[in-house]
Design a binder for this molecule. Sequence first.
Ligand SMILES: Cc1ncc(COP(=O)(O)O)c(C=O)c1O
Length: 381
Amino acid sequence: MTTTAPDVAAARRLEGIACLVGNTPLLAVRLSVRGSERTIYAKAEHLNLTGSIKDRMTLHMLRRAYATGALRPGEPIIEATSGNTGISFAALGRSLGHPVTIFMPDYMSLERRALIGSFGAEIALVSADEGGFRCSISRAEETAARLGDAFLPRQFSNQDNCDAHTVATGPEIWWQLQAAFVEPDAFVAGVGTGGTIMGVGRYLRRKRPDCRLHPVEPASSAVLAGGPGGRHRIQGVCDEFIPPIVDLDFLDEPVLVADGDAILMAQKLATTLGLGVGISSGANFLGAVLVQERLGPEAAVATVFADDNKKYLSTDLLHDEPVEDGYVSPGVELLGYRAIRRSCHTCCDPASCREAPPAGFVPDDEPLPACPRPRRGGAGG
Ligand SMILES: Cc1ncc(COP(=O)(O)O)c(C=O)c1O
């Protein structure tokens, strides 16, 4: 494969985008469950460039596709998604100059469609009667086959999706927890493609083989638990089939959360802590609470706030949600949070380090603060 000037320009742009993706803070959220205080760790993935954890996968896949030649400058990108992946590929793909077409079920929030369109991508909607999500995937495949030179990320079956979290999200969580002198007893996350739980899980289990990994899914559509698919309001998770990249033997048992409970929890995170996160983040938080109930209040349980609340302004997230028997969120009191910032292990990029002044740099009279990292072979400086 020969490298051309447009390849180099696209690679440079990708590295610019990379500064806006990942290395998010880890929030140590203090809470009280029926009067017993504890902490749950949540990665603030809603702070990524387009407001969701999907930017990590998109960036990783685009890097890999450029490196292997699977995607060349100007070639079309085509993907089936329930929204966040579409928003992410639209933003990153368009910024690299690619035409982007997104196949998506028509029952996803209006904001998702509007955002994908706002980045200049084309949207092809598929109704539930036509086959919803599964049909979106087959239409994306057919269109790509017709075009010949299109890049299809295939997020449900592409291991690069998991790898994005094994090389970045997992190590970030591990080292941020280490900064708080904590090792994770469990990681829980809702499953859309399964990339997050499989990828983060692989890294955490490498570091700590007995770390539990619990997928979270809607109680009304508990497909991973062996139940039938059904309607639910936790957009982004459970597309009514088990994605090929999910290895159920690698995971612990699923945790079921009612969608109304997830909505109430997400509302509480916003109204009490000012954390504007989406419905699946409410579900993840409740999943973490339930796992901690089983392991004990001292257990270190980590999860992700997968996206922000801006894609749900037209949904039930902004409406009064009735409390039903068995809901967990009414017993959860949120007390506050501490943010654990980036950790040097995953944040430091020697290539862009400015500790050594670039040629021609004129120092002013304000010295740089000393880097507190211990230097190799010497004392901290
Ligand atoms: C809002 C939201 N939460 C959770 C997920 C699940 O993440 P994953 O696909 O890595 O399983 C997604 C995936 O699109 C999502 O959009």
